[in-house]
Design a protein around this ligand. Structure first.
Ligand code: MG
Length: 347
C-alpha cells in the first residue's frame, strides 16, 4: 500500500471492491468451473454433476437489528438467504455450515433460539448442517452461512446466458420486505421517543413476514422443471430488482427494457408505500431482500410461462447499446440506476 493513496470504499462500492481484491487470482484447478461473479461458485463433482457453493455474512447493526428481529427468525433467514443463491443457479441445496461470532451479552438460551430457527429452515428445505465455527466477538452478533448444493451440469443457469429479446421474468411479488423494514423502523423510532407507546404492527403481517422470515423459491425451480423450461440466465432478488437486472445485463453483455405496469406488487405494499410517501416502484426497484428469482427465457418458451400465477413477465433483454430502461405508465422511458443495497454506501 502506498502512503499517499487512499480510496474510500464508498467511492467504489461492494462490487468495485470485490473486483479490486480478486482480480489478481488466477484459476489453478480444473475442478473450478466458475468462481467469483455469480450467485454461487460451480465446482466439478463428477462427469454429470457439479457442486454449488455460496456464502453470506449477516452482521448485527448492518443486516439486522435485534430490537425487532426475533433470534429464531434471524436463524431461519440466515439459512434461507443462502439457499436462495443455490436455487438461483437452478441447483438443489443440500448442506450448510454455520459460523457465529458472539459477545458474552448473549446467554446460551438466546443462541439456542437462533439455532432453533436454523434447524427449522434445515427441516423445511431438507438441508444438513455439517459444520462451522463458534468464536467470540467484542460487540455484536455475526453469522456466516455457507450453502452447498448440487446440479446436473447441463442444468446450471448462469447470469451470462441470456440473449437479446429473451423475456425477463420475476417470481412472486416485490417490495414487501423493504416496506416491512420501513414499518419496523418507524415503530422503533416511536418506541425510542416514548417507550410507553406499544408498537402498532397490526395489519402489516405480510410485510413483516417478508422482512423477518423470507422464503427461498425452491418451488419455482420445480415449476420450471415441470414446465420443461430452462432459464437462459437467473439471479435471486436480494439487493433490489434494478441491481439484479444490471447484474444479468452485465453478465450477458446486454441491455434491458422493463415495464412499470408489469412489475408485481402486493396491494398492501403499494398502499403502505404511499402512506410512507415512498414511490411503490422504488420499493420494487431498490428495496431488496425479496428473495424472489429473476430469470430470462427464450421467446419460444413464452406460452409455457404466460399466465403462470407465480411468474410475471416484466420485459425483455435488448442490445447492450440500447441501455437499461423502465417504461413508465405514461409510456416514458426512464433510465434505470442500480441503487441496491451496497454495504459501503452511507444509508
Ligand atoms: Mg444472489
Amino acid at each position: 500500500m502506498s502512503e499517499d493513496k487512499r480510496t474510500e470504499l464508498e467511492t467504489i462500492g461492494e462490487f468495485g471492491l470485490i473486483d479490486a481484491l480478486t482480480k489478481g487470482f488466477k484459476k489453478k484447478n480444473d475442478s473450478t468451473i466458475f468462481g467469483i461473479g455469480d450467485d454461487a461458485a460451480v465446482i466439478n463433482r463428477d462427469d454429470k454433476n457439479v457442486t454449488l457453493v455460496s456464502t453470506d455474512f449477516l452482521i448485527e447493526g448492518i443486516h439486522f437489528n435485534l430490537m425487532y428481529t426475533p433470534l429464531k427468525h434471524l436463524g431461519y433467514k440466515s439459512v434461507v438467504v443462502n439457499l436462495s443463491d443455490i436455487y438461483a443457479m437452478n441447483g438443489r441445496p443440500e448442506q450448510i455450515t454455520v459460523s457465529i461470532a458472539v459477545s458474552n451479552r448473549f446467554p446460551k438460551e438466546a443462541l439456542e433460539e437462533l439455532y432453533d430457527g436454523i434447524k427449522t429452515a434445515c427441516d423445511i428445505y431438507n438441508i444438513d448442517l455439517i459444520g462451522g465455527d463458534t468464536t467470540s466477538s467484542l460487540s455484536g452478533l455475526v453469522i456466516s452461512v455457507t450453502a452447498l448444493g448440487t446440479a446436473k451440469k447441463e442444468d446450471v443457469v448462469y447470469r451470462s446466458g441470456a440473449k437479446e429479446n429473451d423475456l425477463l421474468v420475476v417470481t412472486g411479488d416485490l417490495g414487501a420486505a423493504y416496506m416491512g423494514l420501513q414499518v419496523l423502523e418507524r415503530e422503533k423510532s416511536v418506541y425510542k421517543a416514548n417507550p410507553d407507546i406499544q408498537p402498532d404492527l397490526d395489519g402489516f403481517d405480510y410485510l413483516l413476514e417478508r422482512q423477518l422470515k423470507p422464503e427461498a423459491r425452491k418451488d419455482v425451480i420445480q415449476f420450471l422443471k415441470d414446465l420443461d423450461v430452462k432459464p437462459t440466465s437467473m439471479i435471486d432478488v436480494s439487493d433490489g430488482l434494478a441491481s439484479e437486472i444490471f447484474h444479468l445485463c452485465k453478465g450477458s453483455d446486454l441491455g434491458a427494457q422493463i415495464y412499470d405496469e408489469k412489475l408485481p406488487i402486493d396491494t398492501k405494499v403499494s398502499m403502505t408505500a404511499i402512506d410512507f410517501n415512498i414511490d411503490p416502484a422504488t420499493c420494487i426497484l431498490n428495496g431488496g431482500e425479496d428473495y424472489e428469482l429473476l430469470f430470462s427465457v427464450a421467446q419460444e418458451d413464452f406460452d409455457k410461462i404466460k399466465g403462470n400465477p407465480h411468474m410475471s413477465i416484466i420485459g425483455h433483454f435488448t442490445s447492450k447499446d440500447a441501455g437499461v430502461y423502465m417504461i413508465d405508465k405514461q409510456g416514458a422511458a426512464i433510465k434505470l440506476k442500480a441503487q441496491g443495497w451496497d454495504s459501503f454506501r452511507g444509508e
